[in-house]
Design a protein around this ligand. Sequence first.
Ligand SMILES: [Zn+2]
Ligand SMILES: [Zn+2]
Length: 70
Amino acid sequence: MPNTYECCALTDCPWCARDDLACHYCGGTGQWRPEKPVRDASGLIAWTRVAEDCRMCTGTGKKHLHIAAG
Ligand SMILES: [Zn+2]
Ligand SMILES: [Zn+2]
């Protein structure tokens, strides 16, 4: 079961307040699955899939655009 957050760290976040836009990066799941390199015992690099909180929406699954001020 996906572990999504209700809201990101911002209070009164305008992006968390709406639920009609899914995060483009994780597809609304709040998680992304990057591949991480892991060196095995023989020194070869293997790639393993890990699940992390989506960094673009901080695990909320909602679209967040961080627009630079100004
Ligand atoms: Zn937010
Ligand atoms: Zn996301």
